[in-house]
Design a binder for this molecule. Sequence first.
Ligand code: SAM
Length: 194
Amino acid sequence: QAIYLNKATQLAKDIIKKVVKSGDVVVDATIGNGNDTVFLCNLVGDSGKVYGFDIQKKAVMTTIKKLEMENVIDRAVIIEDGHENIDKYVKEEVSAIMFNLGYLPKADHNITTKYNTTIEAIKKGIKVLKLNGVMTIVVYPGHKEGFEEKIKLLEFLEKIDQKYINVLKLEFINQINNPPFVLALEKKSKDVVF
Ligand code: SAM
């Protein structure tokens, strides 16, 4: 069993840990069971703020409960709406945004992220990222929608000029069955053109 290089979600957290400081404002674009939301709340500390998005009531309820149990609910703004509407709620600049795509484990697998709204959310997310802010995206190409999402996301991200954003792909090249992988973006210019 690997300890350091076994999970895409852990690799995304390792990147985020390097970037987020106490007092920062950040976004969890897909709260799900709230694991990343709690992780982000702990990183930003008492004076920071975490916006969390999900379209499923179940995810919202589970996450709120988890944040209450961890005593960090005061740092979070939980929004039951799609991340593609991020611009309606997040008016300040943020240092990091985490996406964990796909569907909620042990819930309705039909409620999954879809490439068109994901790309819209990524574009809007890049707008609210501050200079040198970072976005991580964990992609799950092992199911049908996820595979399509992977193709469209890569198509979009590969075309962004490197003078605006550095785009990194971290993937396990010897795992079978389309394993999850991580995309990480660092904003290098205030005026990004897509
Ligand atoms: N990060 C979560 C955790 O730590 O438990 C897991 C997230 S789960 C893989 C993906 C989540 O994205 C699901 O809960 C799903 O409801 C949500 N989702 C799907 N479409 C969405 C959208 N347009 N906006 C926000 N969330 C969405």
